[in-house]
Design a protein around this ligand. Sequence first.
Ligand code: AFP
Length: 334
Amino acid sequence: MSRPISLTQHILTQQRLHPEATGEFSAIMTQIALGGKMIAQDLRQAGLLDILGTTGEVNVQGEEVQKLDQRANETFVQVFESSTLVRTVVSEEMEDPYTVVSAERTGKYAVFFDPLDGSSNIDVNASLGSIFSIHRLSPSPSGNGGASFLKPGAEQVAGGYILFGASTILVYTCGDGVHLFTLNPGIGEFFLSGSNITMPAHGAIYCVNEGNCLKWSNGMKNYIDHLQEIDPATGRPYSLRYTGCLAADVHRVLLKGGLYLYPGEVDKPEGKLRLMYEAAPLTFVIEQAGGIGSTGFERIQTIQPKTPHQRVPLVIGSRDDVELAEKFLKPEMG
Ligand code: AFP
């Protein structure tokens, strides 16, 4: 029987392949994993504690804040506060970037995260996620509110997600392949359960909120019509799967192939999803596995962000599927 490899052991082993590595990345990943374990513990007993339902507040995105959204955000902020490495924290739940006091002078990194992705699933015990992206700060950061921490996805140090489903898993990449860990809740440790994951070049699944179809461009409508046509030679019709949790849907696509789409709409071309803590880290994972992340007319990782909570349309998944979707979307939206 092969010996289980913990997340920490795995990162340290990977680090030995890079003599220039300082150990800082492994420290940050350990903190993210700790936050994930704490949130998993909360979710397991959510119905027993007074942590379901809304707080009565509305977040920076104009969405109702769920108690668990707030709690997950506080959990991540707390774990970074015990660090001297992460100086800037940007969260879906906080309007302004947050400076970690203990890292104000020493911190070399910015972490962007969506603490609890798929909030509409909270009260119905369905899948939830946490999505994270780590960036190295410029040598002399100009301070929060400045642009020094806003860099294109291509410059991420690491990106990934924790998925709270039937089991809790952590998936990350730092540019050396995609690795998957499963939480052993008995001993509170993540163990390697898949390394160097590669995804199929095309799949038979599409994930989209089809209730929005009347708001889509003609290109998007035509693409979905194309997926629904009957043509066994090309594996159509594709099957529709949509959980309302981006991390869960992208994880399905990573393992099974196919694509996830949250397009721009005619009256809202920027779409719904956030570049820095949804689209960019998930694209890092998917592209490391051989897929593509796109807006439909430009690649996600080349976008120069202008604001921390910037929205982008997202078409992400298997290479052949995304390339074909781009062909349908480009003529109109480009
Ligand atoms: P939250 O992070 O606010 O829970 O948003 C969920 C989400 O960004 C993503 O996880 C889903 O795929 C998408 O929104 C669902 O949006 P619709 O309800 O509009 O389909």
